[in-house]
Unconditional design. Structure first.
Length: 97
């Protein structure tokens, strides 16, 4: 399994509507800032590395965080994206807080 070096992803609003979104009213300070590319996933629940249809463990590619109270993913959850660099199959999963 190929590992990707870690990169911090910073959500930057691309228009006025995105820039005007309110922040979380009740979540912890780090919620909404846990986006990243590569490295190891910051699993909220038990670690789950999916297998590709070719039966190999997939490589963690990225995680995407909840945005705010209006765009909250299952109780401040994260979406995890995995890829197989042999067949380029992808899988995504959601874990909640």
């Amino acid at each position: 399994m190929k590992a990707i070096p870690p990169f911090r992803l910073v959500a930057e609003p691309l228009n006025d509507a995105a820039a005007a979104l309110p922040t979380f009213r009740w979540a912890g300070d780090n919620v909404g800032k846990r986006h990243k590319l590569g490295g190891a996933p910051d699993f909220i629940q038990s670690p789950e590395t999916p297998l590709c249809s070719c039966a190999k463990p997939m490589t963690f590619y990225a995680q995407l965080d909840s945005i705010n109270d209006d765009y909250c993913l299952a109780d401040c959850g994260l979406i995890y994206v995995f890829v197989c660099f042999d067949c380029f199959e992808t899988k995504a999963m959601l874990q909640s807080g």
